[in-house]
Design a binder for this molecule. Structure first.
Ligand code: ZN
Ligand code: ZN
Ligand code: ZN
Length: 374
């Protein structure tokens, strides 16, 4: 992949930190404290190394944001996209207490939002350094922003979708009776990087009975003739945005009972994708898939939610699950991945990333959803 339809400036706009500060104030938080991870990257574009030494973007609801950084990380921070934001960088030395430093500069606040993925090691140090501040998740403020993908974010997810589609296009050439799941998985991992991802996040090759375990990864099991194989793969692009797509292949002619329920699954996945539009609830998208599967008698074999949000994390809000009455809004991006699993025999899952548009959902994966006989 050489061409992209977005750049860092569009994907990580410099106006975001001010928007986040304002949102924190509206939510009654005195400040957000963002350590390395997806929240920090969302706000600054900076993919900082998660270390025990504290790197932390402090975003006060009112006042200037600043980035506390270990002195030995200062150069990396200065060369990162965070340098575009005009923030003050506050380096600390090995014998300093960076938690006290943050607390002093923020001053007394009633509530503080911590990055959802902050380490307990750090959140407990902040609790001691700011004993008067109630700690809440920064996600309570950031979720609204992160769920609604901007056009640049949608383009980044589309780029990730196209990259993983390229890999699925190669899978038929890699799957052969007599190869092990691990051998096939190794080739798929290489193809994921080759297709433009910066990182492989997961490679699931579930052959025969292993296909009935949704998060089975790889084993030394030898793929047998006539076996369905579930291939669920994903990675992170240099943009920071993730891919995730599942297709089912069959090495030779599939068993008749498998073909029958695979068709049910295909219709269920189709129904859920077709149901997506602004205003419908997240749980109704789950129901759209589940109804088709339940009516065909496989309700008990569909053992997980229909999907998860995706963006800078493979699994993020919104979750497509019964009980989530949140209405869909344009820009929500999530997987639609119903499955049917017959324990001890075989299983199937079909997964596309879908983004909610102004009037309907749009899929970001486009390879055939038919059972692919190789
Ligand atoms: Zn999963
Ligand atoms: Zn997946
Ligand atoms: Zn998924």
């Amino acid at each position: 992949m050489t061409s992209t339809s977005f750049d860092t400036a569009e994907l990580y706009p410099t106006t975001r930190v001010a928007a986040v500060a304002e949102a924190a104030g509206r939510a009654g938080l005195g400040a957000l404290l963002l350590t390395p991870g997806p929240d920090l990257r969302y706000v600054t574009g900076y993919e900082a190394m998660p270390l025990e030494r504290l790197t932390c973007l402090a975003v006060p609801a009112s006042g200037e944001p600043f980035l506390v950084v270990p002195r030995l990380e200062l150069s990396a921070a200065e060369h990162s996209p965070a340098s575009r934001l005009g923030l003050e960088f506050v380096p600390w030395d090995e014998t300093d207490d960076p938690y006290a430093l943050v607390a002093r500069r923020i001053g007394p606040v009633g509530r503080v939002g911590l990055a959802d993925r902050m380490w307990a090691l750090q959140s407990l140090r902040f609790r001691d350094a700011m004993p008067g501040a109630e700690q809440v998740l920064a996600g309570s403020v950031l979720r609204e922003l992160r769920m609604r993908k901007s056009p640049a974010e949608a383009a980044a997810l589309a780029e990730a979708g196209a990259a993983i589609d390229t890999v699925h296009g190669l899978v038929p050439g890699l799957l052969k009776a007599g190869r092990t799941e691990r051998e096939v998985g190794k080739d798929i991992a290489e193809a994921i990087i080759e297709a433009g991802h910066a990182r492989v996040d997961f490679v699931i090759v579930g052959s025969g009975p292993n296909g009935a375990s949704p998060h089975h990864e790889l084993s030394d099991r030898v793929i047998q003739p006539g076996e369905p194989v579930v291939v669920d793969i994903g990675g992170t692009m240099p943009s920071g945005y993730c891919s995730d797509s599942t297709r089912v292949y069959c090495v030779g002619e599939p068993p008749a009972e498998f073909t029958a329920y695979y068709e049910v699954l295909r219709q269920a996945q189709e129904a859920a994708c077709a149901h997506v539009r602004p205003g419908v609830t997240c749980e109704s998208v789950d129901a759209a898939a589940r109804e088709v599967i339940t009516e065909a008698g496989f309700g008990a074999e569909f053992i997980h939610r229909t999907g998860h949000g995706i963006g800078l994390e493979t699994h993020e809000e919104p979750y497509i699950v019964s009980g989530n009455t949140e209405p869909m809004r344009p820009g929500y991006a999530f997987s639609v991945e119903p499955g049917i699993y017959l324990a001890g025999r075989h299983g199937a899952r079909i997964e596309d990333i879908v983004i909610c548009g102004e009037t309907a959902g749009e899929r970001l994966n486009h390879t055939s959803r038919e059972l692919i006989v190789v």
